[in-house]
Design a protein around this ligand. Structure first.
Ligand code: ARG
Length: 440
């Protein structure tokens, strides 16, 4: 292992204990390494601006940090157990290449604010990706809601209830993912605060240029209180996983629908063959494994959130327990975003089986229409309900799904779906969301 940043003369380090403390941490730091380098550059610039590091040393550190980022991307620099963590690796590299200039990088900062700022930058990217994925899903659902609509049964309690349609199904998930994108955006705003410069959690005896690092790193504001900066570790990770979780919750219900709708009993939907697999023993099977794993993905994200929550039974100030939040955070976001990223193509290509859906609409499903019609003519609703209930099937005779759907004039109903309202909300989101380009 490279020299420990905190090593003191004559103090023995036990390898087994070190392994326990470092654990998978240094490998997880690969995820955050480029963010850590970016923040280190901003910190060096800030030190130069207040005259604590001279221009020559600052320039040398900045260019060496760029080289390190390049080497890391290209696989020439490997972050592994040679280092205690990613933070140590940055300082070790600068010291190795630049000598005393490199030894100045940690002036006025602590690994406690270093890990905070790197995680914050990483999470902002993930939330922007989450928001844009939500927008893409909502867009596709809105397009498909505008296609010629096919009648299908609407269920409550999984019992046939009233006539519904593919357009209503798509409009519903479109609005859900607009909400999810908005929630990601709101959470992005909550996290958009720079903790760099709060040092170990109590500030430092230097007039650090926190305005500069805030602006340089693209944060919209400074996280002012050093005490709060430490209190926010884990708390904001939970907020981010909740935003992700709300999208996963809708994904889970959508996947549930698809797994039901693809059974022979329903037979409403067929999935593109890439989304199904064969059975190892039953030659007749095509299984919807992908939608089942999409449904199960909620558990991974919810568990990550819960794992971090369990860690936060802590007093204020930095505690090493917080290190364990990283594995859960990375697992939750990596898995959740990967699951959501499959949805646009799946939704674009899923095909409805119109005859099977129509055949599943039975006359009794018009009974609500019949009761409401009578009530609109002045019959007290409870009386109209009683009459329709007595002869539910008869009440539906001669009616068609199309009639039922075109009479559904309540705003948001099939005759008045209000897609323009959803388009308008999407536009506002697109105009205000921070840009996100997935790394190539
Ligand atoms: N790996 C540590 C973490 O994630 C980095 C901060 C270490 N700070 C410390 N004071 N030991 O929390």
């Amino acid at each position: 292992m490279s020299d420990l940043l905190w090593q003191k003369d004559g103090v023995q380090v036990d390898a087994r204990i070190m392994r326990f403390m470092a654990g998978e941490d240094v490998v997880l730091d690969r995820e955050f390494f480029l963010c850590d380098i970016r923040a280190s550059k901003a910190h060096v610039e800030g030190l130069e601006r207040i005259g604590v590091v001279n221009t020559g040393d600052a320039a040398a550190m900045l260019s060496e940090l760029d080289v390190l980022a390049e080497d890391f991307r290209a696989g020439r620099f490997v972050l592994d157990a040679t280092y205690e963590d990613g933070h140590s690796a940055i300082e070790a590299r600068l010291t190795d290449r630049l000598g005393d200039a490199g030894r100045r990088v940690h002036t006025g900062r602590s690994r406690n604010d270093q890990v905070l700022v790197a995680t914050r930058l990483w999470l902002k990217d993930r939330l922007a990706e989450l928001a844009w994925t939500g927008i893409t899903i909502a867009d596709i659902c809105l397009d498909r809601a505008a296609e010629p609509s096919l009648p299908m049964p609407g269920y409550t309690h999984l019992q046939r209830a009233v006539v519904s349609s593919t357009a209503m199904w798509f409009a519903g998930f479109s609005e859900a993912f607009i909400d999810n994108a908005q929630r990601a955006h709101q959470t992005f705003d909550l996290l958009d605060a720079n903790p760099l410069g709060t040092a170990a959690g109590y500030g430092v005896n230097l007039p650090l240029d926190r305005e500069h690092t805030t602006q340089k790193l693209g944060f919209s504001r400074m996280q002012v209180s050093p005490i709060y900066a430490q209190l926010s570790r884990g708390k904001l990770e939970i907020a981010a996983l909740e935003a992700l979780g709300s999208a996963m919750l809708d994904l889970r219900r959508l996947a549930w629908d698809l797994s039901l709708f693809t059974t022979a009993e329903f037979n409403f939907v067929s999935l593109p063959s890439a989304y199904t697999t064969g059975s190892s023993i039953m030659p007749n099977k095509r299984n919807p494994d992908v939608v089942e794993l999409l449904r199960a993905s909620y558990a991974t994200v919810a568990a990550s959130r819960s794992e971090i929550e369990q860690l936060l039974s802590l007093p204020s100030g930095y505690q090493r327990d917080l290190q364990f939040s990283k594995a859960a955070l990375v697992r939750g976001f990596t898995h959740g975003l990967q699951a959501l990223s499959l949805l646009p193509d799946l939704l674009t290509r899923l095909a409805w089986n119109a005859p099977a859906m129509r055949a599943a609409i039975e006359p009794a499903m018009y009974a609500t229409d019949a009761a409401v019609e009578q009530a609109a003519k002045g019959v007290p609703f409870r009386e109209a309900y009683r009459v329709a209930a007595q002869a539910a099937a008869a009440a539906g005779q001669g009616r068609t799904p199309e009639q039922s759907l075109s009479a559904r004039t309540s705003p948001g109903g099939s005759a008045h779906p209000g897609l323009e309202v959803l388009h308008a909300r999407l536009k506002v989101l697109k105009d205000t969301l921070p840009q996100y380009r997935p790394p190539a």
